[in-house]
Design a protein around this ligand. Structure first.
Ligand code: GLU
Length: 486
């Protein structure tokens, strides 16, 4: 299916929910793969057993599926590079650790946590960054043998060279350099026998033949360690692309509070996947034109790593709302109908009380007035039940003592109409206004409040047509009773 050997991956740790930053990483990988005829792999990085969350992988896959960010290989879609879940690949990591130990590129560290604490405190006193003091690097073969025989618990650390510059190319940041002295002898294998992220990530990227590592900027500082590992294994480097940080409007790092950053919450709030995908696509990438509204196909067509910015991307929720409004406008009536029925099912209204035809009329009237489908229920409950009360500030302005009599004439006029549409209502209203010698406007406002309970909404004749003659007349009479009681 693929026309070249470009392979990219999204490698989340299953924390229980998909972060919007994670969706962006997944999307950029997906777009890059689709644009270039490559393969998009989903790999689950679950080697941190302390952070294991039941059901997290299923939830992640379900959310990606909802967003339409489909992977070609991954859990449940086995390809030739599996398994795609790291906890099922432990033997592979052990083999690679042995290789590094044999080469002298890694060493066992038997230090107790008490000793490590001591080292950390001493460095802290000297105002030095935390770093292992390499005590175990100098153990003799006999000492190591003895410790192993007594089953002393150990970790494996990578040996970072001294006074070297580690350089690599990044598609976003171009040439990046790190001083090796700033790096700690990173733990590669933990005492529980599980690899750390660094080892598993590099081994898998190599074995899964990943050509481009596209991930968030927070991993940039880990990259020199990864580059060293590639060197130790004598493997070719992939091309890295570190995506800019996501920022709040005040330029602080995007809030970690789950309610603000979990994709599922945006989904439950009623955002369309088209809008959310469009929105995250623009968090760090620009098309180089003024275009802001994109379908997924257009994103695939236009995406390129050359247009990924270095500067942090501001997460602007108003823009997301605007995109939702725009994408909702593009959705077909039928699509909105399905969504509206879902919303009605979740509401106190009875789902089967309204015909599809009725709901489609409501949708057409509300088309330009909604950011979310749910707005139809929130902003225009009058389509689903007659108003239980009338907006007092509007009533004060629009309902005068004489209004009751005027509405009564209007109700009579409407009753006499035979299956009226918008035009007939309009003519009838004009006739009554002329007869009463008043402007159309005062009747229009008065009747809008009578049939909807509020002062704004779609055109009044359209409202009358949708509600139908009997319902409208009934509502007018109900309003008259209310005016008279005031
Ligand atoms: N497991 C890492 C994460 O949770 C993957 C980082 C990477 O893509 O290398 O984001």
């Amino acid at each position: 299916m693929t026309s070249n050997n470009i392979r990219v991956r999204f490698a989340p740790s299953p924390t229980g929910y998909l972060h919007v930053g994670g969706l962006r990483t997944a999307l950029y990988n997906y777009l890059f793969a689709k644009k270039n005829g490559g393969t998009f792999v989903l790999r689950i990085e679950d080697t941190d057993r302390a952070r294991f969350v039941e059901g997290a992988v299923e939830n992640l896959i379900d959310t990606l599926k909802w967003a339409g960010v489909d992977f070609d290989e991954g859990p449940g879609k086995e390809g030739s590079h599996g398994p795609y879940v790291q906890s099922e690949r432990l033997a592979i990591y052990r083999k690679h650790i042995d290789l590094l130990l044999a080469k002298g590129s890694a060493y066992r560290c038997f230090c107790t946590s008490e000793r490590l604490d001591q080292v950390r405190k001493e460095r802290e006193k000297l105002k030095l960054a935390p770093k292992y003091d390499r005590h175990c690097l100098n153990l003799t073969a006999e000492e190591i043998e003895k410790l192993l025989q007594t089953n002393t618990s150990f970790v494996v650390r990578m040996k970072v060279p001294e006074a070297t510059t580690i350089a690599f190319r990044d598609a976003v940041r171009e040439e990046v350099e790190f001083a090796s002295d700033a790096l700690d002898d990173q733990i590669l294998l933990k005492s529980d026998g599980y690899p750390t992220y660094h080892l598993a990530n590099v081994v898998d990227d190599h074995l899964m033949e990943i050509t481009h590592v596209i991930r968030g900027e927070e991993w940039l500082s880990s990259t020199p360690k990864h580059v060293l590992l590639y060197k130790y294994f004598e493997w070719e480097l992939p091309l890295f692309a570190h995506l800019p940080l996501l920022l709040n409007a005040d330029r602080s790092k995007l809030s970690k509070r789950q309610g603000d950053v979990a994709v599922e919450d945006y989904r439950t709030k009623g955002y369309l996947k088209e809008a959310l995908v469009n929105f995250v696509a623009l968090l760090g990438w620009n098309p180089g034109t003024e275009q802001e509204i994109f379908s997924k196909a257009e994103l695939v067509e236009q995406f390129s790593l050359d247009h990924v910015n270095k500067a942090g991307a501001i997460f602007n929720i108003e823009k997301l709302d605007w995109l939702n409004f725009e994408h909702l406008r593009k959705a077909s009536d039928g699509e909105v109908l399905a969504m509206l029925k879902d919303e009605i099912r979740k509401s106190p209204y009875s789902a089967n009380r309204y015909s599809d035809e009725y709901l489609l009329n409501v949708i057409r009237a509300m088309r330009e007035r909604m950011t979310f489908v749910r707005d139809i229920l929130d902003k225009s409950p009058y389509f689903f039940e007659s108003p239980a009360e009338y907006d007092a500030s509007v009533a004060e302005k629009r309902w005068k003592p004489e209004t009751a009599g005027q509405l009564k004439q209007l109700a009579e006029e409407f009753s006499g109409l035979d299956r009226p549409g918008k035009e007939q209502y309009e003519q009838a209203l004009q006739q009554v206004a002329a007869r009463l010698n008043i402007g159309n406007g005062s009747l229009i406002h008065a009747i809008r409040l009578a049939i909807s309970g509020v002062g704004t909404g779609p055109g009044v004749y359209e409202l009358l047509e949708i509600l139908g003659k009997d319902e409208s007349v009934k509502r007018i009479h109900h309003a008259i009773a209310n005016i008279q009681h005031e």
